[in-house]
Design a protein around this ligand. Structure first.
Ligand code: GLV
Ligand code: MN
Ligand code: MN
Length: 455
């Protein structure tokens, strides 16, 4: 994890990403992988941060621009394209007859602040490349293939993750329309400014894949009968494939997550105030951060405090209020919920001892979700087809669109080794050889589902 701790710096331009450009090494389509990685670099240019850092969030000009680029690549791959009612960019290759249920392939195009260039993006591009190959091969498809480039998986702008995939799954909560971004813009207004209709009406039965259909947000929702499943390729965002020397792995399930906004309130005051008269919100918050780490670690799950605002944030004023975020994840929801209870008690004890108050509000909750055995088997077949024996089964501690899509159809995921397990950082890195293998495996997984599908 030393690389994860490195200071943030601008993402290097593609020319300096030399590992992508070394000679071909075998039967895999390394040239195709290098082109695919060049597309990741092209998308990385759409950012609201200066100096080559990447930050691209939901319902912005950058979102619109990457959707247009993805749509162009989808068209070139033989797909009909449209942007759905939630701003997800979609493309569709019909099966042997028009209108068949679709196997969804995809990932997301939005990013965290100071992001890498592969989290989500690589999965969208592997999905497009897979459809391109299948289209070119002229194979008889018993179902349609659709690529979905989700608009919001990270939740960076509105603090609530999976907005794009929740809309697709039909589980979008109308209350979320009142969420606000850092500028105070509501999600409702952001949809309108993006040219989308934020009303949540029941769509007409044939509205889901037609750009001219009713525009309400509910029109993004897909029906289970129209879907065969959802497959996603994604960088591992963990160290285990690299440690084991494996390029690819199979995801078993995605950890359940809950996020909270925690406010610690004390008493602001002069920095000359004696210690025994202080109610220092930051000293209390620091204790709470440390407690969160030790409690989660002791319980074998993970927790992150990634955001902290200190008020008034002045060198000679005792902090009167601190707002912090908590992201809590576990393989099993019961463990996660039990640890949150314990933390609630522990935070209250800190507050009582220091004369502070602690309030918390849940901002996100997603249950742990298991991948479908049927689709997992297809991913395994895909990995084995690349010559990799005994693929590892990995729990994903990172969240993914599949968590939301699982409400409407089965899903499974292919993991790709990433250097040092580093993600959500400009140093995110994948090998072209691994991307070549992943694209081959993903295509083979789709073909395995084609072969297994009733005629
Ligand atoms: C998304 O990457 C998440 O796990 O929060
Ligand atoms: Mn991410
Ligand atoms: Mn992701």
């Amino acid at each position: 994890m030393t690389e994860a701790a490195a200071p943030l710096e601008a993402a290097a331009p593609y020319e300096s990403a030399a590992p992508h450009a070394t000679p071909a090494t075998g039967p895999l389509d390394r040239t195709g992988a290098v082109s695919l990685l060049a597309r990741c670099d092209e998308l990385a240019a759409y950012s609201t941060l200066p100096g080559g850092l990447i930050r691209r969030v939901y319902l912005t000009d950058e979102h619109r621009a990457v959707n247009a680029l993805a749509a162009k690549w989808m068209l070139e791959a033989g797909m009909r394209t449209w942007q759905d009612a939630a701003g997800n960019q979609c493309g569709r290759l019909e099966g042997r007859t028009p209108g068949l249920p679709a196997l969804l392939l995809g990932s997301h195009l939005d990013t965290v602040p100071a992001a890498g260039r592969y989290d989500g993006i690589l999965g969208v591009l592997i999905a497009i490349a897979t459809v391109d190959r299948i289209h070119s091969s002229g194979i008889d498809l018993p179902f349609a293939l659709e690529v979905v480039a989700f608009g919001d998986e990270e939740g960076t702008r509105f603090g609530r993750a999976l907005l794009g995939s929740r809309a697709l799954a039909g589980t979008f909560d109308p209350d979320w329309l009142d969420l606000v971004d850092e500028q105070g813009i509501t999600l409702r207004d952001a949809y309108t400014a993006f040219g989308l209709d934020p009303t949540l009406e029941t769509p007409a039965p044939d509205a889901v894949t037609d750009a001219s259909a009713p525009t309400g947000l509910a029109a993004a929702a897909r029906r289970p009968d129209d879907l065969v499943g959802y497959l996603e390729a994604h960088i591992e965002q963990g160290p285990y494939l690299e440690e084991a020397g494996h390029a690819l792995g199979i995801v078993s399930s995605i950890a359940g997550a809950r996020r909270f906004a925690i406010t610690v309130t004390g008493q602001a005051g002069h920095s000359g105030t004696p210690f025994d008269r202080r109610h220092d919100a930051l000293a209390g918050a620091a204790e709470i951060v440390s407690l969160i780490e030790s409690t989660a670690r002791g319980a074998g799950l993970i927790a992150t405090v990634g955001h902290l605002d200190v008020f008034p944030n002045a060198v000679n004023v005792i902090p009167g209020r601190v707002e912090l975020s908590l992201d809590l994840r576990a393989e099993f929801d019961d463990d996660r919920d039990r640890v949150w209870q314990q933390l609630g008690d522990a935070m209250a004890a800190v507050a009582a001892r220091r004369g502070l108050t602690v309030e918390s509000r849940q901002t996100h909750s997603a249950p742990a979700v298991a991948c479908s055995p049927r689709l997992r088997a297809a991913i395994e077949t895909g990995i084995r087809s690349t010559g990799q024996t005994d693929p590892m089964l990995l729990l994903s501690r990172a969240g993914h669109d599949g968590m939301a899509v699982a409400d409407v159809t089965d899903f499974a995921m292919l993991f790709i080794r990433c250097r040092g397990g580093v993600s959500h950082h400009p140093d995110e890195h994948v090998l072209a050889e691994d991307v070549a293998a992943a694209t081959d495996a993903f295509e083979a997984a789709v073909r395995a589902l084609v072969a297994a599908h009733p005629a």
